[in-house]
Design a protein around this ligand. Structure first.
Ligand code: C5P
Length: 242
């Protein structure tokens, strides 16, 4: 496998083509952004941590029957080999607790724990601020079919539960998680894409309630990289890695 051209240069990641048209290389950057790119900073070592955490979590989903774009890690710890996809510009956010923008929107205390889990469908569109969208609107914009949306919801419910249980074993509470999707270039199947890490999920220490995720940056709490390091170490211990 040969790394070829830069085909996407995002805020927090780069994507390179390879000599296989169905495979790409994801490179995680040290840059962090929040509030739709309004707040931005660089944290040395962040990209290596989010890449390693994402590789563990995406790999765990693959091993447990949920297809993702992740294939394997590469020599450089900021890079991973992934399946090429056609992007579906929708996000589904899974909430075990109500935190962040959802808490503000609903007027409840940040961290409120409902008796159900909540799934939100959002249109992945920076210019519009990734607004909430409903199924009919998503179909009207031809972003996905009703059948594909049903499949995505099913994937998110299964993945949310698998990750909640895994993180619980690691001493971490999964508060919420954002999932992105694509149609795999090799099979056409809808699979999870992008990353799953403390940059895209809220993760709280089960014992202390301490935030171990991007809220450390959003809320100016400091210690972002050490917190992500704790997540990685706890996951490695739970899964008996290294
Ligand atoms: O910002 P908000 O509170 O709506 O975020 C809900 C969850 O989705 C959080 O875990 C956040 O990290 C994630 N998210 C994301 N990318 C976005 C917006 C939210 O990963 N563009």
């Amino acid at each position: 496998m040969v790394k070829d051209k830069l085909i996407f240069n995002g805020n927090e990641k780069q994507v390179f083509s390879t000599d296989d048209p169905c495979q790409v290389i994801f490179r995680y950057k040290d840059v962090t952004t929040a509030f739709h790119g309004v707040k931005r900073a660089r944290f040395a070592g962040k990209g290596a941590l989010t890449s390693q955490i994402s590789a563990i979590l995406l790999g765990y989903l693959n091993d447990n029957g949920v297809e993702t774009h992740f294939i394997r890690t590469l020599g450089d710890e900021r890079e991973q080999l992934c399946r090429m996809i056609e992007i579906i510009p929708l996000e589904v956010v899974f909430h075990n607790r109500i935190s962040g923008s959802l808490a503000s929107k609903l007027g409840v205390e940040d961290g409120f724990k409902p008796s159900n889990t909540i799934l939100d469908l959002c249109y992945n569109n920076d210019e519009l601020g990734d607004p909430l969208i409903n199924r009919d609107q998503a179909v009207a914009l031809r972003l996905a079919t009703y059948q594909e949306l049903d499949g995505m919801y099913d994937i998110v419910r299964r993945s949310g539960q698998l990750l909640t249980d895994l993180l619980d074993r690691a001493g971490i509470e999964l508060v919420d998680a954002k999932f992105e999707f694509g149609r795999a270039a090799d099979t056409g199947a809808i699979i999870i894409s992008d990353e799953i890490s403390p940059d895209t999920c809220r993760m709280w220490d089960k014992e202390t309630g301490e935030r171990l995720d991007k809220d450390r940056f959003r809320l100016d709490l400091g210690d972002l990289v050490p917190s992500y390091g704790i997540v990685l170490e706890k996951l490695k211990t739970a899964l008996d890695l290294e």
